[in-house]
Design a protein around this ligand. Structure first.
Ligand code: SF4
Ligand code: SF4
Length: 346
C-alpha cells in the first residue's frame, strides 16, 4: 500500500481531540458507488419500486470528489462499493478505486455485480489497484437460462468480462481481485449447477458460491435433495425469518445480521446515511458528504436507531427502523441485537 493521507493524519494528529474522536468512527463502511443498473431482475427491490427509490436513495452515481474528501478527512480501512446497483456504470470508478488504493483503503465489491459492462480500463484498475474481492452474479451456464432472471443480460458478455479481469491478473501476476462466481439457485436454473461448476473451473475464477433465493414466491427450487447434494443448500430448511437469522448470528453461526450494519453503516451514493443495506427508502438524518462522517453518523436518529434495535428504547416515528419488517419481527419476538461494538466484534 502507498504512503497516504491516513498515515499523515496519524502522525500529525495523534494527540488532538479530533483525532481521538475520529478513532471512534467505524473503519469499515459501505458506500454505494451506483444505484443505476441496466438489467431488470424480477425480484430486485430497486427495479420493482421505482417511486419508492426516487423518494429515497434515488438513482445515481458516487462522485470522485465526494469519495476523495471522505478518504482525506477520515481514517478508513475498508469500503464496500456494491449494494443496490451496477458499480461499473459509474464513470468515476477507476479514479475511486485508484484513490482508495493510494491511500491505504481496501476496496471490496462483494455484494455483487452483474458484469454485463466492463471497460478494459476498469478491468485493469481492479487488478492494478488491488480491489480485494469481486462477486459476479451468474445464475446459469447458458444464455437461455441466465436471462430468465438477469433480464436484459448477456451470458457471453459476462463470461468475456470475467476473462478480461483474469487476463490482467495474469499480466500483473496478482491474486487481486479474488473472483467469486455467485449462482443463486432457482427452480429454473438448478439443472445447470453442474455445468456452471465446470465452466467456473475452466474459466479460472477463484470460487463458485451458491446462494438461495430469498423471495419464496419466485421460481422455488424443485429437486431439493439434488440441490443439497450439489451445493450444500438445504432448500427444505430455508428460513429467511429475521428472528432465525438473528439467533444464528447470536450463536456465532453466521457473521452478519441486517441491523449490525448500523455500526458499519451503509452510505448512499449522494452521502445520505441509509444505515443498513436493506434500507433504500428513508435516511437516518445525516449526510456524510455535506456534514462529514463524524456528524452524520452521530446524528440523533442514528443513535436512536442503534438503541431501538438493541431493545433499549421504544420505536419512534421518523426513524426508518420503525416501519421495517426486521424491527417488527424483533419486537414481536422480544429478541434484540447486542451492540457489536460492546461485544468487541468491531
Ligand atoms: S443486477 Fe442486481 S441491481 Fe441490477 S436489476 Fe439485477 S438484482 Fe437489481
Ligand atoms: S430495523 Fe430494518 S431499517 Fe433498521 S437497521 Fe434493521 S434492517 Fe435496517
Amino acid at each position: 500500500m502507498s504512503e497516504g493521507v491516513n498515515r499523515k493524519q496519524i502522525s500529525e494528529g495523534r494527540e488532538t481531540e479530533e483525532y481521538k474522536n475520529r478513532l471512534e468512527l467505524p473503519k469499515y463502511i459501505r458506500l454505494d458507488a451506483s444505484t443505476l443498473c441496466q438489467l431488470k431482475c424480477p425480484a430486485c427491490y430497486m427495479r420493482k419500486n421505482p417511486e419508492l427509490v426516487k423518494s429515497g436513495c434515488g438513482y445515481g452515481n458516487l462522485k470522485f470528489e465526494d469519495f476523495k474528501k471522505l478518504i482525506d478527512d477520515n481514517i478508513l480501512e475498508k469500503i464496500e462499493l456494491s449494494n443496490s446497483g451496477e458499480i461499473f456504470l459509474n464513470r468515476d470508478l477507476v479514479k475511486i478505486i485508484e484513490y482508495g488504493y493510494r491511500n491505504g483503503v481496501r476496496v471490496t465489491i462483494t455484494n455483487g455485480v452483474n458484469l454485463n459492462y466492463l471497460t478494459e480500463e476498469q478491468a485493469e484498475a481492479l487488478v492494478k489497484y488491488e480491489a480485494d474481492t469481486i462477486t459476479v452474479s451468474i445464475d446459469g451456464a447458458s444464455q437461455k437460462v441466465y436471462e430468465i432472471y438477469r433480464v436484459g443480460g448477456n451470458y457471453k458478455r459476462v463470461i468475456n468480462n470475467v476473462k478480461k479481469i483474469i487476463k490482467y491478473k495474469k499480466k500483473y501476476k496478482s491474486r487481486f481481485p479474488y473472483i467469486n462466481w455467485k449462482f443463486i439457485v432457482f427452480g429454473h436454473n438448478e439443472h445447470e449447477i453442474e455445468k456452471a461448476k465446470a465452466e467456473a473451473k475452466k474459466l479460472g475464477v477463484d470460487e463458485i458460491i451458491f446462494d438461495v433465493n430469498w423471495d419464496k414466491t419466485y421460481s422455488p427450487i424443485k429437486d431439493a435433495l439434488r440441490v443439497k447434494e450439489l451445493t450444500g443448500i438445504d432448500a427444505l430448511d430455508i428460513n429467511t425469518s429475521p428472528i432465525v437469522q438473528l439467533k444464528k448470528y447470536k450463536e456465532g453461526k453466521i457473521e452478519w445480521y441486517f441491523c449490525r450494519d448500523l455500526w458499519e453503516p451503509q452510505i448512499n451514493w449522494d452521502g445520505q446515511v441509509l444505515g443498513c443495506c436493506a434500507n433504500y427508502q428513508k435516511n437516518f438524518g445525516g449526510n456524510v458528504f455535506k456534514e462529514g462522517l463524524m456528524k452524520a453518523l452521530n446524528h440523533p436518529d442514528m443513535i436512536y436507531a442503534k438503541n431501538m434495535v438493541t431493545g433499549k428504547v421504544a420505536a419512534k416515528e421518523g426513524i426508518p427502523c420503525t416501519d421495517c419488517w426486521c424491527y417488527k419481527a424483533m419486537k414481536e419476538a422480544d429478541i434484540w441485537l447486542t451492540s457489536p461494538k460492546a461485544e468487541g466484534k468491531i
